[in-house]
Design a binder for this molecule. Structure first.
Ligand code: NDP
Length: 279
């Protein structure tokens, strides 16, 4: 039976590390500040935003939530971002996605100062990450790297297979694993014979958004399996990995919930402190 990688436990460890950094900054007269912008009233976004705010407050980060009505125009939203870019008390800006259809998320993300882009989605941060320069790294793949480090999973020389090539998970995940000398394969919806590739993985990261699509027979015995997926189903939240069959084959596996999710929030706090340290 696979060892459980307890994201909730490791997120608490990470938050404690961040709280220490916050205390150090406060002694120097800098209180890290995070601004979260929520446009509209998507219930899932509401719950994510509340979780982020609460976690920020608990480590001593000042957090302000800017709630804007669903009819907010792109120009109005860009104006808010401009104000926050110039606010010296605000070190991190997060615009909760998805945005209403009439607002172009790419333009909004590009308007955030790269130094305050605590989601790590700005092309300047993504570019810096891919060439190995200091960057603010997207929270979910950064959280996965932290989990692998906390669990002492060997990465150099390992074959890491990532299912999913999104800009926020799959691609930065590949850059981070490659930077630590894994041999990286990225799979996606056009990949032929997915199982033959996933069965080669020493580290398998599933970031697809399809409930339980990765089954035990797709996993190499002894692999480390990281399930990024969050799927709302009739049986509650489930990942992209079929935990029951996968956990009989893998050496270690993250559950859903309480796996990667808590690490994502912990990394948002980490990124906010990193941004404040650089001011
Ligand atoms: P996207 O929808 O942006 O990307 C999904 C990727 O999966 C795409 O690259 C797509 O390929 C690929 N894919 C879809 N179907 C298949 C298939 N049958 N076989 C192989 N690949 C396939 O999703 P995200 O990256 O934003 O998120 C992925 C999952 O992670 C979601 O469940 C999301 O909720 C979750 N998530 C969890 C977070 C956390 O904190 N734990 C944070 C962010 C996301 P193609 O490019 O060809 O379309």
């Amino acid at each position: 039976m696979a060892q459980l990688i307890d994201g909730r436990k490791w997120a608490a460890v990470s938050r404690a590390e961040t709280a220490q950094s916050v205390a150090m900054l406060v002694q120097k007269g800098i209180t890290p500040g995070l601004a979260v912008i929520l446009v509209g009233d998507n219930p899932a976004s509401e719950s994510y935003v509340r979780g982020k705010e609460k976690a920020a407050r608990e480590v001593g980060i000042t957090s302000q939530l800017i709630r804007l009505p669903v009819e907010t125009t792109e120009t109005e939203l860009l104006h808010w971002i401009d104000l926050l870019n110039r606010d010296p008390l605000c070190h991190g800006i997060l615009v909760q996605l998805p945005l209403p259809d009439h607002i172009a998320a790419e333009r909004v993300i590009e308007a955030i100062s790269p130094a305050k882009d605590v989601d790590g989605f700005h092309t300047q941060n993504i570019g810096a990450l891919s060439v190995g320069l200091p960057a603010i790294v997207p929270c979910t793949p950064l959280g996965v790297m932290k989990l692998l480090a906390y669990e002492s999973v060997p990465i150099a020389g390992a074959h890491a297979v990532i299912i999913g090539r999104s800009n926020i998970v799959g691609k930065p995940m590949a850059s981070l694993l490659l930077a630590q000398s894994a041999t990286v394969t990225i799979c996606h919806s056009k990949t032929h014979d997915l199982a033959s590739i996933t069965r080669q993985a020493d580290i398998l990261v599933a970031a697809v958004g399809r409930p339980k699509m990765v089954t035990g027979d797709m996993i190499k015995p002894g692999a480390v399996v990281i399930d990024v997926g969050i799927n709302r189903t009739d049986e509650g939240l489930v990942g992209d990995v079929d935990f029951a069959s996968a956990s009989t084959v893998a050496a270690a596996i993250t559950p859903v919930p309480r796996g990667v999710g808590p690490m994502t929030i912990a990394m948002l706090l980490h990124n906010t402190v990193t941004a404040a340290l650089r001011t």
